[in-house]
Design a protein around this ligand. Structure first.
Ligand code: F6P
Length: 752
């Protein structure tokens, strides 16, 4: 413990007071003792005066024994001395022979005729002397009587008394000072703690009242002013950063501006197999549906914003009824913003190019699901023909100006080369929506080189993840005579340079899709709750195409384990699976549907009761509004893909959480898992762990849910689909600037 200056000052002052009091006490005690001795000496002198006068009148030698006897019992009296007028000792106690004489003081007393008292040191002794002038009855002076006392006791008594008193006072002073110091320190500490608590509270939402301690009031007033200024500055900074964030956010309008600025009036052509709007017959009526496709979800808003042309397979059975003579239709049908050109495929082409090569060969080749790819020569030939068919259509749409073509996915690996061969000035980008496997996996494809060469016709190839880019670079490096520029990164080949980069795709917010009104949601949610008899049950939701890569049996298995291990949740939780039939002409897909239906049946039989089915399997094409309703109604959403390029349902779920609650269970084998660290990540093959995570999700406290969801939501908002498209457009224009776009350029370039 350190004494402050204040403490030293207090102790110093107290000591001065103590010394002062002691000094006064010393003086008073000494005076009192002296007065007492004076009194005693007078009494003795008075009693001895008559015999002393007799002796002086009748001067035989003094009888000392007699005098001593008289003095007996007189305490500290040492002796007496009688002097005559001539200053000669008439009587002198033997105890005084060496110390007292009839000296000047005696003579002075004789002269004055008045008693005198002396206190002094003689021969090392402290003596008190009372000299009394002796007179006869007529008043004539006869001599003097000196009574001598030992006065040393006065000093001793006074010294000891003062010492004790000083010590007591000093101890008392120290105790008082220490007590005062500790008490004030404690109260100061309490005040400082109060001040600190208040200062801390002003940083947070809970505002404590400022300290009332008068000593700290000026400080708290200053802090109040400072805090107010800081708060204002913080608010301004927040507003500025929010404004920056909002102004930095990609929107449809901003993308439109960016596209116009980047490619001007030149045409933007998007090519994909799946069309964004399909005309189908449902319950005898022609209807438009939006297919369950991540690609469509992502590209439709981009085309709406950029007003380009989208070339796709017209796969709806009623599609032909809605196109013009050029096979074109303006979409979206209710408020047209861009052109859809439909390409017609024969049954056989669809069978071999789409179901066969695209989905029985390339799809399983690229997804690590241990499903054997089937390579058929006839499928491959059909795949070539369809790619040529699409190339023709693209070239027809190109016009005179430099065209910008964005090819989508694994259905069109040959398209970039086919376009560039006939329009070398075209800027072609290829975006790959699914994973790219390792070179070892890919090399089993009999037409691996043709596929890679076709892809390298593009100026750039984009993937969702860097790891897919790395796999692609490794694959090309191991199979073709090229040079890899690992820094760019890109591939230098005979036809020029193909850059390879990750472009993680995003989604459009639900509010922009016209399905997110609160009122409509409540209406729809109530309708579904009633129809499915959900009551107040906790809802786990999944939305998928019925595809073996989505991990649906693994998910059902985990639900089974969860209900088995945690029976308390039985009857309280319902798992709703929204499942869109997909690629139904492929036997593996049909078998898969049967397998899933069988599993659902089994689990419902095992755990279900009369009024509760744990799994509701809703196999149908669900429109975006229904998907939104379920994603918003859900307490938990499960994405358990065994392999998935990105998985946009994960992002759509996060985007649908208007209240910021909900838990996302996400397979670590999806591209989205790289972005959503706040999702509960699972290995879908590890059933016990998966079941445990379902329990954690169902029981997760609201505060934790909101914390995680807010971070995921920020990610979804900031990295939306417009930003993704803008990056692709930027990449296309940069490709033009690089200028290595032909064989000649490449051969003279610095890369050789
Ligand atoms: O997610 C991969 C993907 O190929 C998308 O690109 C496509 O939109 C989706 O699967 C649906 O596939 P399909 O068009 O064969 O139904």
């Amino acid at each position: 413990m350190k004494f402050s200056r204040f403490g030293i000052l207090v102790i110093g002052s107290l000591l001065v007071v103590v010394v002062g009091i002691s000094f006064i006490h010393f003086q008073r005690e000494q005076t009192a003792l002296r007065d007492d001795l004076n009194r005693r000496a007078r009494v003795i002198s008075k009693s001895l005066a008559p015999p002393a006068i007799r002796i002086l009148k009748n001067p035989p030698a003094i009888d000392e024994e007699d005098v001593a006897e008289r003095l007996e019992g007189q305490g500290r009296t040492i002796g007496l001395m009688i002097c005559n007028l001539e200053g000669k000792p008439i009587a002198l106690s033997s105890t005084l022979t060496d110390t007292v004489t009839c000296n000047d003081e005696v003579m002075a007393t004789l002269e004055s005729g008045k008693e005198s008292i002396l206190l002094d040191e003689i021969g090392g002794q402290s003596l008190h002397r009372l000299i009394l002038p002796l007179k006869d009855r007529t008043g004539s002076l006869l001599g003097t009587l000196t009574i001598v006392h030992d006065s040393s006791y006065i000093t001793k008594r006074v010294t000891s008394a003062v010492t004790w008193m000083t010590l007591s006072l000093a101890i008392l002073a120290i105790v008082i000072a220490l007590g005062t110091y500790l008490a004030s320190r404690r109260s100061f500490q309490r005040s400082v703690t109060q001040l600190l608590d208040w200062m801390k509270s002003s940083k947070s939402a809970e505002d404590l009242p400022p300290p009332t301690e008068s000593l700290l009031r000026p400080v708290s007033r200053e802090v109040e002013k400072l805090t107010a200024r800081l708060r204002a500055a913080k608010e301004t900074a927040k507003e500025v950063s929010e404004a920056n964030r909002v102004s930095n956010l990609w929107t449809g309008a901003r993308l439109k501006g960016h596209a116009t600025f980047s490619i001007g009036n030149k045409s933007l052509i998007v090519v994909s197999n799946r069309e964004p709007y399909m005309h189908v017959k449902k319950e005898g009526k022609q209807r438009v549906i939006i297919p369950a496709s991540g690609l469509v979800t992502a590209l439709d808003p981009v085309l709406r914003a950029t007003s380009g042309i989208w070339i796709a397979h017209g796969s709806g059975e009623e599609d032909r009824d809605f196109v013009n003579s050029e096979d074109k239709i303006l979409v979206p049908p209710e408020s047209p913003l861009y052109t859809l050109r439909r390409i017609w495929l024969t049954r056989e082409e669809e069978e071999r190019y789409y179901y066969g090569f695209s989905n029985e060969a390339v799809w399983p080749l690229c997804h690590l699901t241990h499903h054997r790819p089937h390579f058929e020569e006839k499928d491959w030939q059909s795949y070539i023909k369809v790619n040529e068919k699409f190339a023709d259509a693209v070239l027809q749409e190109c016009g005179k100006d430099q065209p910008f073509v964005l090819v989508q996915d694994y259905h069109f690996t040959l398209l970039p080369k086919l376009i560039r061969e006939r329009r070398p000035d075209a800027v072609v980008g290829l975006f790959w929506h699914i994973p790219w496997p390792t070179p070892e996996s890919f090399q089993i494809c009999p037409w691996k080189r043709e596929i890679l060469e076709g892809m390298l016709g593009a100026n750039f190839v984009g993937f969702h993840l860097q790891s897919y880019c790395n796999n692609f670079l490794d694959t090309v490096n191991s199979l073709l005579p090229v040079r890899i520029d690992w820094d760019r990164p890109g591939i230098l080949h005979n036809e020029g340079l193909t850059t390879v980069k990750p472009f993680p795709i995003g989604v459009q917010l639900w509010s922009e899709r016209g399905v997110a009104s609160d009122e409509r949601f409540r209406e729809k949610a109530n309708m579904w709750r009633k129809e499915l008899e959900l009551n107040a049950k906790r809802l786990i939701v999944s939305v998928d195409r019925l595809d073996y890569t989505k991990g649906i049996p693994e998910r059902i298995g985990a639900i089974d384990r969860f209900l088995e291990k945690y029976p308390a949740h039985r009857g309280k939780v319902v798992f709703v699976q929204l499942a869109a039939p997909s690629r139904v002409h492929i036997p593996r897909y049909r078998e898969f549907v049967t397998e899933v239906e069988g599993l659902v049946e089994q689990i419902n039989w095992r755990h279900g009761t009369e009024d509760w089915k744990p799994i509701l399997f809703l196999k149908s094409h669900h429109d975006p509004e229904t998907v939104y309703t379920f994603l918003r109604m859900a307490d938990v959403c499960i994405i358990s893909s065994l392999s998935d390029g990105m998985n946009l349902v994960a992002k759509e779920f996060v985007a649908a959480r208007e209240k910021g609650d909900g838990v996302l269970i996400l397979s670590e084998f999806t591209g989205a898992a790289r972005e959503f660290q706040d999702a509960l990540q699972i290995n879908p093959y590890a059933r016990a762990d998966f079941a445990e995570v379902i329990r954690v999700a169902i029981e997760m406290p609201m505060e934790e849910q909101k914390k995680r969801m807010s971070r995921m939501k920020a990610q979804v908002i900031e990295h939306n689909v417009y930003g993704w498209a803008a990056n692709l457009i930027t990449e296309m224009t940069q490709t033009v600037e690089v200028g290595i776009s032909s064989r000649q350029d490449f051969q003279t370039s610095k890369y050789l």
